[in-house]
Design a protein around this ligand. Structure first.
Ligand SMILES: CC(C)(COP(=O)(O)OP(=O)(O)OC[C@H]1O[C@@H](n2cnc3c(N)ncnc32)[C@H](O)[C@@H]1OP(=O)(O)O)[C@@H](O)C(=O)NCCC(=O)NCCS
Length: 185
């Protein structure tokens, strides 16, 4: 296991065939595959489309060798980014794709002078809690009966913006683009 994982990590850090870009309509089948493989209560395609039609809602995918490895959906607010959905397909987990997406978010945060990234994570989703903790997020409060589907509680987690020059270690990549392209493509 060690050798294979190390090779994949090197691929991530060199970044040649892996990039993060705006989600477009024709990504939906692969996004849905990752979504369904990741969550017991998954979003429908309609949920994605409804969300992405909002002007402040952004969808991004991480693409590796022309396959979608993962995606994230977040909202832009005046002082914060709120993460609504975030997943990496199980076949490519623990290879650094999630880390790259967090890096992208942190870059957006600092480059737009917003103060923090917020998200809600299910109480039972320990893997995601560990993942976000490993990237500096901290639980700030308990949200009781947060999910309509199961009635489960959630933790709100937050990452405060690091100093402007401190985000380099997250492997930030690529220029900013526009959400309008989601509908156009
Ligand atoms: C959480 C998730 C996005 C992580 O994505 P990933 O690409 O596998 O994560 P990375 O490879 O970038 O992991 C980076 C670090 O995060 C931590 N981490 C990631 N997954 C972890 C896990 N299951 N348990 C503990 N720590 C974990 C580790 O420190 C890891 O570094 P390491 O591999 O050197 O130990 C992925 O497991 C996933 O899609 N889960 C299902 C969907 C989900 O729960 N989304 C969040 C909703 S709030």
């Amino acid at each position: 296991m060690g050798a294979g994982r190390t090779r994949q990590r090197e691929k991530v850090s060199t970044g040649n065939s892996i990039h993060i870009r705006w989600m477009i309509r024709r990504d939906m089948p692969e996004v849905m595959r990752a979504e369904r493989a990741s969550f017991e209560y998954s979003w429908t395609e309609d949920d994605f489309l409804r969300c992405l039609r909002q002007r402040n809602c952004i969808g991004m995918v991480v693409e590796q060798a022309e396959r979608i490895g993962g995606f994230m959906i977040y909202e832009l607010h005046k002082t914060r980014l709120h993460l609504l959905n975030f997943a990496v397909h199980p076949s490519v987990r623990r290879t650094g794709l999630g880390r790259m997406m967090v890096g992208k978010l942190v870059y957006k945060l600092t480059s737009h002078r917003r103060e923090k990234i917020t998200l809600a994570v299910r109480e039972r989703n320990l893997a995601a809690q560990m993942f976000f903790r490993a990237h500096g997020f901290r639980a700030t409060r308990m949200l009781q009966n947060y999910y309509e589907d199961s009635g489960e509680d959630a933790y709100q987690m937050e990452l405060k913006a690091p100093p402007y020059d401190a985000f380099d270690g997250f492997g930030v990549i690529g220029p900013v683009n526009r959400i309008a392209q989601f509908e156009e493509n």
